[in-house]
Design a protein around this ligand. Structure first.
Ligand code: AMP
Length: 397
């Protein structure tokens, strides 16, 4: 497999799949967070400084029936100019005569941004002839869109076949793959996975797969209460999926057989309403009164979980320990964020993935103290569920 580090883009037109699916203000259609564009800069800059040109393709939002102004990538042109300092051309259609002409005309050091690839349903259908038309625009292919690596779409997967000898991962993708492998393949033990968030059903596959790999699994957040109820606890009005009680018991049984320790929160911060100003109390997590709900792990649980985290050499964290968006229920998630940061400074490898835990790491100011905060929510989850990611397979094939 070619590595972007050793590839010389001199005089090449590099077709780069980026993930510029950035949030736009609904009224002004200006970018509210340009993190995804910044994340692709190392790849773009390498191409331009090698004296190549970068042809960028991306999706934005979920257009249903062809072009829609609110999903046009033209709204992000100025930000790309600001961030790269390069001349940026724009093709109003990602394939066809205009795109072809512009791709032939752009000079080394310049960028061509193609219009939203999802304006064609062929993109998400993974249509081969659409992929071929995109492929005609460049002479090498770089995939730097980890966020869509779990989708077998035309520009993320099918297109790679047209570049059998000159396709590669971009720097961002490379970093994401390396950090996921550091956790799942080159694992230093003990390996602790922290899984939280709202629902058991969203995390069953990941927990089942982690039982094969981890030494400890910490379960917090709303999903912990389905486990507590399955074990016979009283959980009041806490989040619960009654149709998953047996799955929780199976998970606990399988973990025991494999020698994996599952840690559930001993105590919880409970409230009489889903509201920052509700009455709150701290009780044992399996003894919550009828009209109360668990909205955060309690101080005992924070202490127990932190002890496990501080003894770990590899840490994966997906999903908050409580409703950390509200200050009354943020303490548990904050203490876990701090423990992960401390373990990392003691030499552990830590990976945080999934939108909400990444947002929590940012909120509690520990982002820089983590080995890697992943940009890929769904893609990262599928990787940890043990699935092969089509976008990566297409490059590595
Ligand atoms: P997820 O997307 O599944 O990782 O869930 C994240 C969401 O779960 C966050 O918005 C949290 O506010 C929410 N959450 C975490 N713990 C609880 C809880 N105990 N009760 C209700 N919601 C929770």
């Amino acid at each position: 497999m070619i590595s972007i580090d050793n590839f010389n883009f001199n005089s090449k037109k590099a077709l780069v799949r980026v993930d510029f699916n950035v949030p736009l203000d609904k009224e002004t259609l200006t970018i509210t967070d340009d993190k995804r564009i910044r994340a692709a800069l190392p790849t773009i800059q390498k191409i331009l400084s090698d004296n190549g040109s970068a042809i960028l393709m991306s999706h934005l939002g979920r257009p249903k029936n062809g072009p829609e102004d609110k999903f046009s990538l033209k709204h992000i042109i100025d930000r790309i100019v600001d961030l790269t300092g390069a001349k940026v051309h724009f093709a109003n259609d990602c394939i066809g005569v205009e795109a072809k002409e512009l791709s032939e005309k752009i000079a080394p050091g310049e960028i061509l941004l193609l219009e939203n690839v999802r304006f064609y349903p062929e993109e998400t259908q993974g249509d081969e002839s659409f992929a071929k038309q995109l492929a005609m625009l460049g002479d090498c292919y770089v995939n730097d869109a980890f966020g869509t690596a779990h989708r077998a779409h035309a520009s993320t997967c099918q297109i790679a076949q047209f570049f059998p000898n000159n396709r590669m991962c971009g720097f961002l993708m490379q970093k994401e793959i390396q950090s996921a492998k550091a956790v799942m393949e080159d694992t230093k033990r003990p390996f602790t996975a922290i899984v939280g968030g709202a629902k058991v059903s969203d995390k069953v596959l990941i927990v089942e797969n982690l039982i094969q790999k981890a030494d400890h699994i910490i379960i917090g957040g709303g999903m912990a209460y389905t486990f507590k109820k399955a074990l016979g606890g009283q959980i009041g009005k806490s989040l619960c999926e009654d149709d998953r009680l047996n799955i929780c018991l199976d998970i606990l049984k399988n973990a025991k057989e494999k020698g994996v320790e599952i840690h559930l929160p001993k105590d919880s911060v409970i409230a009489n309403d889903f509201n920052n100003n509700a009455n709150i109390n701290t009780v044992e997590s399996n003894n919550i009164e009828d009209n109360w709900m668990g909205l955060d792990i309690g101080p005992e649980a924070s202490k127990d979980f932190s002890e496990v985290i501080l003894k770990s050499k590899t840490i994966l964290w997906n999903g908050p320990m409580g409703v950390f968006e509200m200050s009354s229920f943020e303490a548990g998630t904050k203490s876990i964020a701090e423990a992960v940061a401390k373990a990392t400074s003691n030499g552990a490898y830590s990976l945080i993935g999934g939108g909400d835990s990444a947002a929590a790491a940012k909120k509690f100011g520990v982002e820089k103290a983590i080995s890697h905060v992943s940009t890929g929510g769904g893609a990262l989850l599928e990787y940890f569920e043990g699935k092969e990611l089509p976008g990566i397979r297409a490059i590595e094939a």
